[in-house]
Design a protein around this ligand. Structure first.
Ligand code: FES
Length: 157
């Protein structure tokens, strides 16, 4: 075999070796990343406390008023000596209800709730959820979206 052909043959081999190593490296890397990703599945990256959040101090809320917290879709009801939290998520298909004179109205399919969150009409199958409220050491109101309470349960302030 002439010298030039040998070199071409050799460079093809080197190129083939290189491509093989590259392919195996990519496969190995992908496999490793997939394995690591699947190992983290039991530990979702949701902050444990994301369902519990602070909404402000008691004095931030006017008395006898439902104050809407848009980032959390929750109403805070402050009365003279109590604080309550009402979910603004419609129990039909999850739209955000709006407060009005009579209570709450869902703009999606027209469910209506009274001021206690009870269904008055519409497709909503059940009342709005009242949520557990506590006070943090720094004096802020903490709402727990995962802990439902009865409509007559409140935090005394
Ligand atoms: S989502 Fe509220 S009535 Fe349908």
């Amino acid at each position: 075999m002439p010298e030039i052909e040998k070199q071409i043959h050799k460079s093809h081999l080197n190129r083939r070796k290189f491509l093989n190593r590259l392919a195996f490296s990519l496969l190995g890397g992908t496999g490793l990343l997939t394995l690591l990703g699947s190992l983290t599945l039991p530990f979702p990256r949701v902050f444990k406390e994301s369902f519990r959040f602070k909404v402000g101090r008691v004095i931030d809320f006017p008395v006898n008023t439902f104050t809407f917290i848009p980032e959390k879709n929750v109403f805070i009801l402050r009365q003279r000596k109590s604080i309550q939290a009402l979910s603004a998520t419609c129990t039909h298909l999850g739209c955000v209800v709006q407060s009005d004179q009579q209570g709450f109205l869902c703009p999606c399919h027209g469910s209506r709730y009274d001021r206690e969150g009870n269904v008055q009409c519409g497709p909503a199958p059940r009342s709005l959820d009242w949520l557990k409220v506590t006070i943090a050491p720094d004096g802020q109101i903490v709402v727990n979206m995962h802990q439902k309470v009865k409509s007559d349960e409140f935090l005394r302030v």
